[in-house]
Ligand binder design. Structure first.
Ligand code: PEP
Ligand code: MG
Length: 910
């Protein structure tokens, strides 16, 4: 680096070097401080040492840094001195500084901060006289020694019990003095603390606390650079994908004090409501306090606006009289300061065109702005703020669409826990947030009992080791589902998401004992009937009943959704198995069904008996007899789907799962089955044994079933075509697509297509009437992707089954991956769970290749995806770029997919 490079940038009223566009060089905080100065907002002057210097620190160490920036820092400190009219190191009216980190991306609380820098035994006396407040001066001094001793000199606890060695000293003094609070300590006590702190540092570190302000400053700057590489910062970067190479900037700024008496104070404000998004300036402040007092929460903060204060009083049940005398708003208490603050917040929001979160300090009747940044907000607030800013002409449609995180829409679609109640709730376990929402209910361990309990009017949480399709009905009536095993695409997770039902899967610490009907976790045992609550958005399991509140879909949400349609290219369909699911999907804006898993209908009511009869049959005749019983039921299901989706495509997949999923595996239920079917228990057991496979996911399933038992395909096709004709007769616009699962060879597809077409023709001949329909295939085995050109010549559409494609391409099972994936993710073996977000560099290539080959073989072939990835925003971006026609996801993810598809189109500039 040449010594001509600028490394230090000042900001203040008379000169500012940086601006908001320089985040990479100055960090978010530094860039925004500079921008505020440019806007004429009053900010304590300061300097920012660039992120590039952090790289020099990491690569060459502190001597190199000192050499590089010493002259610039000295010059910049002189600038601060001039702005403040005080001298750094002066003993009569010292300029005190703060030293803070500030990287490109916000890393809250991860790095170190030092306040009140510049104090020593002489300066403290000067400060006391100047501030006319001796106690304040000594309190500032002891706080400085405490922070500096910890952060710069590295005085850390020697044991777990010690926690903070300085706090131990304070506690000892308080005990000696018989006082409880820090604020009860007198000036003399604080003086004693300063001596004790210095003694502690000397004893533990073997060095004196530095009295030279310049030595203090250099020590602090280096410590902040050093903190870029502390453990918590590294972990945070890993979790949030922040590159190590970015480095942090260091901000050195003149100190202002909010604890200089009753005309001083400090606070935090938001330009809009971060919870609801309401366009209402709001926030809190404390009189005679500094920032850490607000964070500590030991005093009740007051509201900034009168309106906010009145609303708060109502909630806190404080009378108007009490409010006015004890908790007046800033608007009432300091009208002039309030007016300045309002002016600054309006200026900042109009400038940044986004909701701002600002920090300020009032020092003896003068307002200083300390920070501004884009405010964190709930999903509901995101939507409302984006749409209101659009209406207010602050942002355009494209920007409004970009302002909402698609996944955050989850919060608007499911019931949520009352945030106040969550704070008090006891978390007992943690699992994968498989399906969002809030659920509270009594524990049951068996699906049939869940149904029974619900029939009696109870709310239940179905707790299982894992779930299987047999549990479907129990799952559908439960308010929530908790499983000890399984990942994000485990049965429980997929089904729960489809139902929009709260589910936590893979809560590994939970031990389920079906015999004892207990669940134990962390040394505690919960029995059937005990209450628990699940937060499906975070994966937290709570003890007892945590109150919930219904989600509200606001008008802004609908308007945002309409806007997505204007910009997205991808079509959005839903994976729906029943007319009810289809209805929900359509109200959320699905334009068709991309996957109906027909087997889910096989568990309803009496059907399972007919399915089992088919499975037990020794020959084709027996199977056909059983299938004939299923036919009218399936036809009825399809009629319902076609009716709900009139005018839109409905893709129906032929039977896919291995048959063993339809028979009971425990003796009690086998006995019931034997009784119901009037066959000996031994026969049932033998058949269940026959069906056993070592790896059923790679066994007798998918089109392999239809090829070995074509009569199944025949029955299902007949049900589909008859339903289509029946609905057409009723004026429904039917667009049926029949889909063959798990194809790996062209012959497999052709064999199934032949059965389908022959059966359809037979129905047409019987009815004397025809209807258009398509026959296509899933691309879900790697081989199918490899030979997609040959398959494309035969199949009229492809739907990528990325769940199976992922498990087969990766070589690990959807059901067993939960054993190692969490630690794999932690160790960075994969960036994201490949079942949740498509592995673009690997599995994604198979999709890309199949798209190219499919289109080459059949231009205009319809291409979609129906694996769980169809509802994942990052994957949707990939599918957009890959050129798919649509994605299909569970009904409750349709709005998320619509928004993600619009953002993908905006990102791609199309
Ligand atoms: C898939 O494999 O991606 C798919 C949609 O089918 P299923 O999840 O039913 O195997
Ligand atoms: Mg599949």
């Amino acid at each position: 680096m040449s010594n001509k490079t600028k490394n230090v940038y000042v900001f203040g009223a008379s000169r500012t070097d940086g601006d908001a566009t320089m985040k990479n060089l100055l960090g978010g905080k530094g860039a925004n401080l500079a921008e505020m100065c440019r806007l004429g907002i009053v900010v304590p002057p300061g300097l920012t040492i660039s992120t590039e210097v952090c790289t020099v620190y990491t690569e060459q160490g502190q001597d190199a840094v000192a050499k590089l920036i010493e002259a610039e820092v000295r010059e910049s400190v002189a600038f601060i001195e001039k702005e403040m009219g005080k001298k750094f190191g002066d003993s009569s009216d010292p300029l005190l500084l703060s030293v803070r980190s500030g990287s490109r991306a916000s890393m809250p609380g991860m790095m170190d901060t030092i306040l009140n820098l510049g104090l020593n035994d002489e300066a403290v006396a000067g400060l006391a006289i100047k501030a006319n407040n001796e106690r304040f001066a000594w309190d500032s001094y002891r706080r400085f020694i405490q922070m500096y001793g910890d952060v710069v000199m590295g005085l850390k606890p020697v044991s777990k019990e010690e926690h903070d060695p300085f706090e131990v000293v304070i506690d000892m003094l308080k005990e000696k003095k018989g006082v409880e609070l820090d604020t009860d300590l007198t000036t003399d006590d604080l003086k004693e603390l300063v001596q004790r702190f210095k003694g502690l540092i000397r004893a533990r570190i073997g060095r004196e606390f530095p009295t030279d302000p310049w030595e203090q400053l250099w020590g602090s700057v280096m410590a902040v650079f050093q903190s870029w590489n502390n453990d918590r910062a590294k972990v945070y970067r890993e979790l949030n994908d922040i590159p190590d190479a970015w480095g942090t900037a260091v901000n050195v700024q003149a100190m202002v004090f909010g604890n200089l008496g009753d005309n001083s104070g400090t606070g935090v404000a938001f330009t809009r409501d971060a919870g609801t998004g309401e366009d209402l300036f709001n926030g809190e402040f404390l009189i005679n306090a500094q920032g850490e007092d607000v964070v500590a929460g030991t005093r009740t903060p007051q509201q900034i606006t009168l309106e906010g204060s009145q609303r708060w009083a109502q909630l806190a049940m404080v009378s108007e009289e009490d409010r006015r005398s004890r908790f007046p708003s800033l608007e009432e208490l300091m009208p002039d300061i309030y007016r300045q603050l309002l002016e600054a917040e309006t200026k900042l929001e109009n400038h940044y065109k986004d909701m701002q979160d600002v920090e300020f300090t009032i020092q003896e009747g003068r307002l200083w702005m300390l920070q501004t940044r884009g405010g964190k907000r709930t999903g509901a607030a995101m939507v409302r703020i984006a749409m209101e800013m659009l209406r207010q002409g602050m942002i355009d449609e494209k920007e409004a669409l970009r302002r909402v995180g698609p996944d955050r829409l989850n919060e608007l679609l499911h019931p949520v826990f009352d945030p106040a109640a969550i704070k008090k709730a006891r978390s007992i376990a943690h699992g994968l947030p498989a399906s969002p929402g809030a659920a509270t209910g009594q524990i049951v361990f068996f699906a049939d009992e869940a149904e029974e309990w619900v029939r009696k009017g109870k709310a239940v949480i179905l707790v299982r080791q894992e779930t299987s399709p047999e549990d479907l009905r129990g799952m559908s009536v439960a308010t929530g589902i908790l499983t000890a095993r399984g990942g994000m695409t485990s049965h429980a997770a997929v089904v729960a998401r489809g139902m929009g039902k709260c589910c936590i899967s893979g809560a590994g610490a939970v031990r389920v004992d079906y015999h004892a009907r207990t669940m134990s976790v962390g040394g505690e045992t919960y029995k059937e009937g005990d209450w628990i609550s699940l937060d499906g958005s975070t994966g937290d399991v709570f003890e007892g009943q945590v109150p919930t509140k219904e989600a509200e879909l606001t008008g802004d949400f609908g308007a945002l959704m309409e806007l997505t349609d204007k910009y997205k290219r991808l079509g959005i369909r839903a994976n729906a198995d029943t007319p009810d699911d289809a209805k929900v999907a359509r109200t959320f804006g699905a334009k068709g069904i991309g996957l109906c898993r027909t087997e889910h209908m096989f568990f309803e009511g009496d059907r399972i008996k007919a399915v089992r009869e088919m499975i037990l049959s020794e020959d084709e005749t027996g199977r056909r007899k059983a299938l004939a019983k299923l036919l009218p039921m399936q036809r009825g299901d399809f009629e319902g789907l076609f009716r709900e989706m009139s005018g839109l495509a409905v893709t129906i997949r032929l039977l896919d799962p291995p048959l063993h999923e339809f028979v009971p595996h425990d003796e009690a239920n086998q006995k019931i089955m034997a009784h119901e079917m009037n066959v000996p228990l031994g026969v049932i057991k033998m058949r269940v044994d026959d069906l056993h496979e070592f790896n059923p996911m790679m066994g007798h399933r998918g089109c392999r079933l239809g090829i070995t038992y074509p009569e199944i395909t025949e029955m299902q096709t007949r049900a589909i075509i008859e339903a289509a004709l029946n609905m057409k007769a009723k004026g429904v616009d039917v667009k049926a697509e029949i889909m063959v699962p798990l194809v790996g060879t062209v012959r497999e597809f052709n064999a199934q297509a032949k059965v389908i077409r022959k059966t359809a023709d037979a129905v047409f001949a019987e009815r004397g009437e025809k209807i258009d329909y398509m026959v296509g295939t899933m691309i879900e085995t790697p081989r199918a992707a490899l030979i997609a050109d040959s398959i494309g010549q035969q199949a009229e559409f492809f739907s990528f089954g990325t769940n199976d494609l992922t498990q087969m391409a990766m070589g690990f099972s959807r059901d067993d991956a939960g054993k190692f994936l969490p630690s794999y993710l932690k160790d960075g073996m994969y960036e994201r769970d490949p079942f949740e977000s498509i592995d673009q560099k690997g599995v994604g290539l198979l999709v890309q290749m199949a798209v190219e080959k499919g289109r080459a073989a059949r231009p205009g072939i319809k291409l979609g995806v129906c694996g769980e990835h169809g509802g994942d925003p990052a994957s949707i971006g990939f599918f957009h770029r890959t050129g798919l026609d649509y994605v299909s996801c569970s009904p409750f993810r349709v709005p998320i997919a619509r928004l993600a598809a619009a953002q993908a189109a905006l990102d791609a500039g199309s």
